[in-house]
Design a protein around this ligand. Structure first.
Ligand SMILES: *[C@@H]1O[C@H](CO)[C@@H](O)[C@H](O)[C@H]1NC(C)=O
Ligand SMILES: *[C@H]1O[C@H](CO)[C@@H](O)[C@H](O)[C@H]1NC(C)=O
Length: 307
């Protein structure tokens, strides 16, 4: 080959290489199932959530259950917030309902591995994990290792500062492109926990009251904390109806009414009742029992404006 031709070829290759290196990272074209959501802030998206996600059983005689299908099935249905309560069980972190004697959902790390498998298979999905820590277990020594061992920690979003206002979250596209597409909230112990990706829930999210037994779901601001105003918080509607057993004050979840409770009408009505408290915005999270019954994911699509 003539030296001149070689030189031109080399020049071409070098400039091509430089062009490729300066190209922006591959942008996600579809985020959580919709192209429109890529440019929408995490704080301006409604996500369907599963209450007591770990407490699943298809057996109707299993009273403490709140779900009928397992974690992969919940995620495949379109659930994008998983809520669960953890306790110490003989030195291991387990998801349990009230007490591990009543309902033991197994090791938190095993549950998180299932979530990781879903995340690996679905790279354009943003997921929120909302866990409760009623025993105040160490965020650094007990919670963090479970996320580390399951491989979730590198995917967890770390905000530049805390608390994050509803209007300040990155877009779903930014989260997916950066690979930081898991948001982890803990209801207690996270503020001083010393783990940057385990975020305190109530300084950023308010909730409607829980253990509701009134099917009209009256709305009020509950469990709010910190310096941010109500309007600067994101918010979650706890849309699960409980039954008071024969007026005893003992409440249980209600699979029989779930198709109605999780219907579009009931969910949209609840969201509309809360919107004035949420600055006119739809809720960020809709927390449901028995997510496989009714049309919870459809209702959330409507709240996101997909008609
Ligand atoms: C997102 O913004 C739109 C337009 O302001 C609003 O109608 C909708 O309720 C918001 N959703 C959430 C979850 O903030
Ligand atoms: C509501 O949400 C909170 C916190 O996520 C949870 O502890 C509570 O059990 C929920 N209650 C109902 C009835 O869904």
């Amino acid at each position: 080959m003539y030296p001149g031709v070689l030189a031109v070829l080399l020049l071409f290759l070098t400039s091509e290489l430089a062009r490729c290196a300066s190209l922006p990272v591959q942008r996600a074209a579809v985020c959580n199932g919709h192209a429109e959501l890529c440019s929408r802030s995490y704080g301006n998206v409604t996500f369907a959530g599963s209450h007591d996600s770990f407490a699943f059983d298809s057996n109707p005689l299993d009273i403490p259950r709140d779900q009928a299908v397992d974690i992969p099935s919940q995620l495949n249905l379109g659930i994008r917030l998983l809520q669960a309560q953890a306790h110490d069980n003989d030195g291991e972190l387990h998801f349990c309902h009230t007490s591990c004697l009543l309902y033991d959902g197994g090791k938190v790390v095993d549950y998180l591995k299932l979530v990781k498998t879903f995340l690996d298979g679905n790279p354009n999905e943003v997921i929120t994990l909302l866990f409760t820590n009623p025993e105040g277990l160490s965020v650094k020594d007990v919670w963090k290792p479970a996320f580390d061992d399951a491989g979730i920690s590198p995917l967890a979003y770390v905000p530049p500062s805390i608390p994050v206002k509803q209007s300040e979250w990155p877009t779903l596209g930014e989260m997916i492109d950066s690979g930081k597409r898991v948001v982890v909230f803990l209801d207690a112990g996270a503020d001083s926990g010393g783990v940057d990706f385990i975020l305190p829930e109530f300084t950023m999210i308010w909730e409607t009251p829980f253990s509701v037994t009134d099917s009209s779901f009256p709305c009020s601001v509950d469990r709010i904390q910190g310096p941010l105003s109500v309007g600067d918080h994101s918010y979650m509607i706890n849309h699960s109806l409980n039954k008071d057993v024969f007026g005893t004050g003992i409440i249980v979840s209600d699979p029989l009414d779930a198709p109605t409770t999780n219907g579009v009408t009931s969910i949209i009505d609840h969201a509309n009742r809360c919107a004035p408290l949420g600055g006119g915005r739809a809720p960020n999270f809709v927390l449901l029992d028995f997510v496989n019954l009714g049309q919870g994911v459809r209702a959330v699509e409507l709240l996101n404006g997909f008609l």
